[in-house]
Every structure is written in C-alpha cells, then in structure tokens.
Design a protein around this ligand. Sequence first.
Ligand code: PMP
Length: 434
Amino acid sequence: SKATPHPIGEKSVSAFQRACKLMPGGVNSPARAFGAVGGTPLFIDRAEGPYLHDIDGRRYLDYIGSWGPMILGHANGEVIDAVVHAASRGTSFGAPTEAESLLAEQIIEAVPSVEKVRLVNSGTEATMSAIRVARGATGRNKIIKFSGNYHGHVDSLLVAAGSAAATLGAPDSPGVTPGAVGDTIVLSYNNVSEVEAAFAEYPGQIAAVILEPVVGNMGCVPATMEFLNCLRKQTTADGAILIFDEVMTGFRLAYGGAQERFGITPDMTTLGKIVGGGMPLGAYGGRADIMNQVLPAGKVFQAGTLSGNPVAVAAGSTTLRILKENPPYEYLEQQGDRLAAGLDKAANDAGIPHTVGHVGSMITLFFNPDPVHCWDDADRCDREAYGKYFWGLIGEGVYMPCSQFESLFFSRTHTEAMIDETIAAAEKVLREMA
Ligand code: PMP
C-alpha cells in the first residue's frame, strides 16, 4: 500500500468522536490526542516493522515507535512468538517464575549500575519506587529534579515536568498537593552552578537527584559531560543517591543505556519501554545495598499484583536477547547521523530558523534558532511551525511525534532508503512552510 497524501481519514474522525464521549479527551494518555498540534488523532489498526496502519487503510512510516519501546520494529516475529507461547501457559500467577530471574540477569548484566533489580509495570512505577527507596535508604526527604525532565505521573515529580505536561502548559497538575512537591527542588538542566548551590544550601538533606541523562521529554536534549560529572561528584560527596531515569534511553543509546555510553555510573536506574518489549513492564535497580532496603529484604514497601507478569517478561526478555545477540546500535548511530544531518540541511535550505537535538536514534528538529540546553531554551520554540511540519509530514505518510517537546525514535527496521524518503518528505514540507 502507498501512503495517501491526505491528513485524516473519515474512520479516524468518527472513532475519535466516539472515544471522546467515553474517555477524557478521547484517549488513555494525553499526548495521543494530538492536542499540541491541533486536530484529530489517527486511530491505529495494526503495525509491522517501521509502519503504522490506521483504520482508514493508510500507512505511515513510524517515528514514535510507541514512544520508545519498538527498537526492533513492530510485531517482531520472535517477540510475538514468545508472547503467544507465554500467554498460552497462563497470563498471571502471583507467584515467582524462573523467567523473571532470567530477565533480571539480563538487566543486571547489561546496565552497569544495576546489581539488584525489581520489576514493575510502567516507567511511572519505576521512578515512584526509586524515589521512595532513595528516601528510605538515606533517611532524607529532599529530591532534585530538572525542569523539562519527565519521570511519569509521580506526584512528587510532576512539577516543571516535560512531555505532555509541558505541551499542555500545566506542569503543576491540579490534584498534586503542595505537600507532595514541597521536598522537590527544581533546577535548570545542564546548569552546574545551580546544582552546586543546592547542595551547599541543603547539605545532608538531599536524598536523590533524578534526571534523564539524555532528555527525550522536552525534545531531544543531551546532558553535557560537565553536567553529568558534576552530578556524580556532588551526590557522592554529599551521600545523596544519583538516579538515572533511563526509561527512554535504556537499551536504546547503547545496550547498557546512557550510563554505558557516557561512562558515568549512577547509584540507581529506572527502566521502562524497551525493557518490556512493547508490553507493560518497567524496572528499577541499583547498588545492592540500596536495593536490599526494599521489602521483604528490607523495610521500604513496594509491591505489585502483576509485577513480573509472565507475558510482559517474555516480550522483554526476548527483546533484550535479540539486542544482545545482534546489536543494532552501530546501524542506529549511522542512520541517526544521516537523519539528523538531512533534517538540518532541509531546514537550512528552506531558510527556516532551527536547531537539531540528536543522540543516536533520538532526534528533535527544534523550530528555534538557538541551541537547546534546558527547558527555558526549549520553551522559545515556534510551536505553530512544529504543528505545520507535523501535519505536512502526515500528508506525506510520515508519522512524527505530535509535539515539539518529544524526541523521535526509529528502529532497526527503518532502512536507509526509508530514512532518505523521510528527509525528502521533510524537504518538501519545510520548503512549502518557508
Ligand atoms: N521516565 C521517562 C524518562 C519517560 O520518558 C517516561 C514516559 N515517557 C516515564 C518515565 C514514564 O513511563 P510510563 O509512561 O511507562 O509510566
């Protein structure tokens, strides 16, 4: 099938009308509603490899990959077989399985900071639990987060958050009490002096610093090495716990995540997305002495009826096995460089003010003439221009993130020819916008 150059099909329009009567905003997660770009979301029928197919029978080259998980492409045969096999043996037991230990071994072997791990059901659960454990282990209350970094909808972290929170302009959600964020110190990303000042002001009081080591949730914004080194040094000196939220970057920027790529080992790590192979699964882990604080080894409470779910574990475990046996990372680097350079050139040729944020297979074309290092920089982007770019590309059969403040992701099934097609489509759209 060929992509049709027409924005939205009738079936998606009526499906969205129906959904809006049933679910808040018609969706089960806000970014999906296309609120940031204005319009009706495409309803998806199925996906395979690099393609999404909507219910109107149109095909799109997918650059969100379920917002990160689908590094092997959609409906990978081995992953699907593993899921079907696991499901046929029962979907949940509420009792331990050997498969959980296999996945735990794979994670521990891959991720440098993880000596012990706990499986949960989402990235949100992973960060919520990691914060609790960090507070329990240190006996301290305060945490540091960075504006524009999103760590899921955890009350204490839902302040100056990126992703849909940034897009909807409501970083402080109604329903989050002042008490819940009263111990959260929000600093500017990549700002070393703010970090030093916070540790000087609250010595011995900061339980943890949590960050995305490459931000995906204000668009793709890499941390500088100076910033990461400063965080490692300050937390070690003060006895605070450094948490890398690698829900997006884990198993994507390298098999061992951003921490492997940058050679900086945090004390704890949160995982989601790829680790579950497209099923609901997250994980948090870290130094054994910290993780041994978790019940029933220690006293910090954290539990889950469906945690370590056999179907999700099968998808995650098979995904990690494939990534290890046949690593896509060199290919993703090459194609990431190609796509980032192509988008940059396309915008240059069209004379559109822009900057590109890029690490590996995470890329954002920012409609902002200046480099983006932190949320204040990202906030100066021309959101309207991004919307035009997004809809133009939908018309070309290319499905980009529906917000300026989300990184694109691609998979090992995106061929070089597809990357070139995408660049050509962007050239056309940007020329028409200029
Ligand atoms: N942390 C980061 C860095 C994320 O990108 C996300 C989700 N996009 C989360 C945490 C939350 O994960 P989930 O949506 O699975 O709860």
